[in-house]
Write a protein that binds this ligand. Sequence first.
Ligand SMILES: NC(=O)c1ccc[n+]([C@@H]2O[C@H](COP(=O)([O-])OP(=O)(O)OC[C@H]3O[C@@H](n4cnc5c(N)ncnc54)[C@H](OP(=O)(O)O)[C@@H]3O)[C@@H](O)[C@H]2O)c1
Length: 268
Amino acid sequence: MNFKNKVIVITGASSGIGEASAIKFAKKNAKIVLVARRKEKLLQLQKKLVKFTDSTLVCQCDVSNKTQVKEMTDIVLDTFGRIDVLINNAGFVIYGKVSDLSIEEIESQMETNYFGMIYCTKNFLPHMIEQGKGHIVNVASVGASFGVPGVASYCATKFAMLGFSEGLKHELSGTGVDLTVVSPIMVDTPLFDHPSFENFSKRSTLVTLNPNTVANAILKAANSSRLEIVVPSVARVGIWAKQNFPYIINPIIGSSFRKQLEKRNKSK
Ligand SMILES: NC(=O)c1ccc[n+]([C@@H]2O[C@H](COP(=O)([O-])OP(=O)(O)OC[C@H]3O[C@@H](n4cnc5c(N)ncnc54)[C@H](OP(=O)(O)O)[C@@H]3O)[C@@H](O)[C@H]2O)c1
């Protein structure tokens, strides 16, 4: 797909991966819809994008709120009359043991990361199908393939996203609409500024990606027939090993992340 004049909706555009993706799509002369809760941040980004594209739209919207998502969809379709790419990127994570998290903390991650993606997809998909064209990019995580201690409830949201995406992709066969999941490992963004990450060491992960690397993968995904793009692609080896040799890989993952969790709990 040539992105010139294409309508690209990016949720979670006020920061990190979403912001980096917005800049990259704007450089391709696309029409960009910036979606998130912090309007000020979106307006600042909109100003930055002016030099690349003449068409941007800021939509303040909490994706976990069905009514707000419906309103945002109506505004986008009234403004542009179509949607070409939907990037379901909005998400957050709360760090902590399941026994320490409240039910509300667990629910809230599912409401944004999983149901937020469902609400956006359900509202835009009929228009893509009617157009006979469109691409949904769901930003999951390598945590969609590994249940990791300390982020079990977050991983569940991403497992759910990957399973939903796989099923939906099959349903979309022959419609002209396609879907691709982008699954990065750790990325250097404000995602970890959540207070639950106090005393958390990012060094436990071998590689920390720049958000621009993931944004490049998102652009590639919007033109891809693949179900999942893992970033970096070498991390696919880890997923393959876990799926084929779970009795070897799971204890290694479990013990390394458990140590980190225990160390952090002691220093609290
Ligand atoms: N960073 C990583 O290591 C990493 C790794 C794998 C996958 N991911 C995934 O990548 C995506 C982007 O994360 P990031 O790393 O770029 O983090 P980030 O910098 O914290 O960005 C998260 C974005 O999501 C938005 N958001 C959160 N809750 C929202 C809600 N209820 N409604 C609308 N927007 C909401 C935030 O905007 P507002 O606060 O303004 O609403 C922000 O723009 C997430 O889905 C995350 O799970 C991240």
